[in-house]
Design a protein around this ligand. Structure first.
Ligand code: ZN
Ligand code: ZN
Ligand code: FE
Length: 756
């Protein structure tokens, strides 16, 4: 028997250049053996002794391709057989077929230097290699092979083909490999019969000229079309805002490089690492220096990112401005546009100029949005660069489909012990988004060979994803489980951290259907993966006009004060109500007095809305989460005060509003906001302590959209940790409704496993 070792590397290793890397490493170490695909990673067999094995494993750890995500490396002695060379083999076992697909990877440094040095790739904007390039967005089927991607129509030229088949080449088995002679190319089309421009140099020149003239451009990006304009030119930005009819929602900004970004945004080391990582998300950063005022609409943060496609790197090479607005190209509320036909129809009239390329985008992927707090990642929108990387689970979830929430929807499918979340789909309230949802379900089913056996959805009776789940379960005769919204939020954290047993669940959220028929959203629960017990929550307030109160935070303000002080309170002593149309004010007051069309809510998000309106920050919301964002933006300085509250079964907020109105009279907005956020964190600590006393539980999971508020999250983490709680948060999936489907899937899996 030859001395040999078997190494098992688990994690994301397909489509990221991992096997060629192993093969080159073996050559360098002069070792023979083989590397084989498996469903959970790769198996390597090496003919070697223990010392050389250790050197080899060290090199795997330190030199693996950037986008490979190694979860573990295990090794054991084996019979190494008679290898005379090192080979890459594919698994013969069908069941072992790899089902992982890499997310899209930002262009790497070596490819960027090819733009200047590689004769066949001088200024070639689709340069890529095994370490970088499009993946998820171009894939049609598995296994990941060029023929199964939207690169299929492009025939490799001879030099590309030889790179593709040379194991020592950086482009060995790089499926989208291409060069100036054989790959995709850009075309620019202008409004008004100027015709087409081809040739990358002329196209870049034209884009630069337009941006310099204060005009906008629609550009086909990795996962869909974007609209672009100069982020320092106020006229250009407000003009784009008007054309896009984009209310006040902040625009994302792409900076030339990290140096330019630092000039406008405050960053720490963790944030810079993420900005520069191959995922290249939009990161929410505090502002250092203002861009054009219309970019962020008065918020003190900027959604910043760095170039991820070669085109953007090349463009900044000739642009005067260090920063451009880059917002998704869509009609409001509809999915981001990916087809060239739709772009010419909808974006050309809007931007006046469309830059497209002749490779199809098969799968949409919006830019991902992330922020960081206390060194932890807070996902806000999970898409390009993250999808479809799975979340590893403690138990199997094969065959479970979890439909997700109505807003910020992502659905989730179970494959073995992995949960695969769809890309961000959006608010499923119109036909276009619903179609996107059903299409994507079809795509995920075929891509990951998913056959549903169990279906999970929210308890809300009217959610469209719930209807889809009902139909799916009905047609196939499958069991359907309905899961309470905030229970799913809490379990999403348990699933990410593989927590078993019971935990203290704290969910601070906007809206979610409760088991008592009211709208929940400030939940303190004793939660397990199968069930929950509601321990406490904020007091209920009326939502006059139902959903209208979400769009018009002044209604919540009126409701909270009405509930605390009654109808005889002098509402006109507050500026908010002096400035509100008296007719509407009295209509809403009628609703409150007679309890007509006023469902009850305890959502923490609604409390933030009410305070935001009272402080004059946001009486009417023009985009999702505007009120809490403006609230968070208003904080500066610090103080040790906070508003009092009482906990007696439920959390009473009367005193909060009493003191708040006093501060408002004194116009101490920043102080009031600070006290409120700190107060909520204090409430969380206090209720958690009493839960610990009653139950002996010490693990706390924090979830819900309100925890996107960085200050609230940091303060809660700090207070809980100081009091020796073990605190867990969402890191891989959003704490908002984008992460709900993971929790739904985990609940369904555990109930199935335990037959409850
Ligand atoms: Zn590369
Ligand atoms: Zn070529
Ligand atoms: Fe929620």
């Amino acid at each position: 028997m030859e001395t040999g070792y078997e190494i098992l590397v688990r994690g994301l290793v397909q489509g990221v250049g991992f096997r060629p890397f192993i093969s080159r490493l073996a050559l360098r170490h002069c070792l023979t053996g083989e590397v084989v695909n498996r469903s959970d990673g790769v198996r390597i067999v090496l003919k070697c002794d223990l010392a050389s094995l250790k050197r080899f494993v060290d090199d795997i750890r330190t030199q693996a391709p950037p986008a490979a995500n190694i979860k573990s490396i295990e090794f054991s002695r084996t019979d190494a057989g008679n290898y005379s060379e090192f080979t890459i083999n594919s698994s013969l076992d069908e069941g072992d077929a790899i089902t992982e697909v890499s997310p899209d990877i930002a262009v790497c440094h070596e490819c960027l230097s090819d733009l200047a040095d590689d004769p066949r790739r001088i200024d070639y904007p689709f340069v890529n290699c095994t370490n970088c390039g499009p993946r998820f967005t171009i894939i049609r089927a598995l296994p990941y092979d060029r023929a199964a991607t939207t690169m299929a129509p492009f025939r490799m030229c001879r030099p590309c083909a030889s790179e593709y088949s040379d194991i020592n080449d950086r482009r060995y088995h790089a499926q989208p490999v291409a060069c100036n002679d054989c790959g995709p190319e850009y075309t620019l089309r202008s409004h008004g019969g100027e015709g087409e421009i081809n040739g990358i140099t002329a196209i870049l020149r034209k884009i630069a000229d337009r941006l310099a003239a204060g005009e906008s451009v629609a550009v086909k990006s990795t996962g869909g079309y974007n609209l672009m304009c100069d982020a320092l030119n106020e006229t250009a930005v407000s003009d784009l805002r008007q054309r896009k009819q984009r209310d006040m929602k902040p625009f994302a900004v792409m900076f030339r490089d990290i140096v330019a970004l630092r000039e406008y945004c405050l960053t720490d080391d963790d944030e810079e690492d993420l900005l520069l990582s191959w995922r290249r998300p939009i990161l929410i950063l505090r502002q250092r220096k203002p861009l054009a005022p219309s970019v962020s609409s008065g918020l003190n943060t900027t959604g910043a990112m760095l170039p991820h496609m070669p085109l953007y790197h090349m463009l900044f090479g000739i642009l005067q401005t260090p920063a451009v607005v880059l917002t998704s190209g869509n009609l409001s509320e509809e999915p981001i546009i990916i087809s060239d036909t739709a772009a010419l129809r909808d974006l050309l009239p809007l931007a006046g100029c469309v830059v497209s390329y002749n490779r199809e985008i098969n799968n949409r992927a919006d830019d991902s949005v992330v922020r960081m707090g206390s060194g932890r990642t807070i996902m806000i929108r999970r898409s390009r660069g993250y999808t479809p990387q799975p979340v590893d689970l403690a138990e199997g979830a094969e065959g479970i489909f979890a439909a997700g929430a109505e807003q910020k929807n992502c659905f989730c499918i179970g494959k073995g012990r992995r949960a695969i979340l769809s890309q961000y789909i959006g608010d499923i309230r119109n036909v276009a988004t619903y179609d996107y949802y059903t299409e994507t379900y079809g795509l995920f089913s075929s891509l990951f060979r998913f056959e549903p056996s169990d279906v999970a959805c929210d308890m809300h009776p009217d959610y469209l994803p719930g209807r889809f789940a009902e139909e799916l379960a009905g047609v196939k005769g499958l069991p359907l489980v309905r899961i309470q919204h905030h229970h799913a939020h809490a379990v999403s954290v348990m699933a990410e951290h593989q927590l078993a047993g019971k935990v203290i669940g704290v969910v601070m959220d906007g809206t979610g259907f409760g088991t008592d028929g009211n709208i929940w959203g400030s939940e303190f629960m004793i939660a397990s993966a199968t069930d929950f017990e509601r321990y406490s929550h904020f007091e209920y307030f009326m939502m006059p006009g139902g959903d209208m109160a979400v769009y018009e935070p002044w209604r919540m303000a009126l409701s909270c004060l009405f509930s605390c002080f009654g109808s005889h309170y002098d509402f006109t002593s507050l500026r908010l109500f002096r400035e509100t149309d008296p007719v509407r004010l009295s209509t809403v007051m009628e609703m409150l007095v007679h309890r007509i069309n006023a469902p009850l809510t305890c959502g923490a998000g609604r409390i933030f809305d009410a305070v935001s309106a009272l402080l004059g920050l946001c009486a009417r919301s023009s985009f999702d989460s505007e009120a809490p964002m403006r609230l968070e933006s208003a904080v500066s300085g610090s103080t040790d005060d906070y508003y009092p509250f009482t906990v007696n079964g439920i959390v009473r907020l009367g005193d909060v509003f009493r003191e708040l109105t006093v501060d408002i009279m004194r116009s101490e907005i920043s102080y009031a906001v600070f006290c409120l956020q700190k107060k909520i964190a204090q409430v969380i600590l206090s209720v958690c302590k009493s839960m610990r006393n009653d139950t002996g539980l010490n693990d706390v999971v924090l979830s819900g959209g309100v925890f996107q508020n960085r200050y609230l999250l940091e303060k809660s983490l700090y207070l809980l940790s100081m009091n020796r709680f073990s605190v867990y948060t969402n890191n891989q999936v959003p704490p908002n409704d984008g992460g709900i489907s993971l929790g739904q899937l985990a609940v369904a899996a555990e109930r199935r496993r335990l037959c409850v």
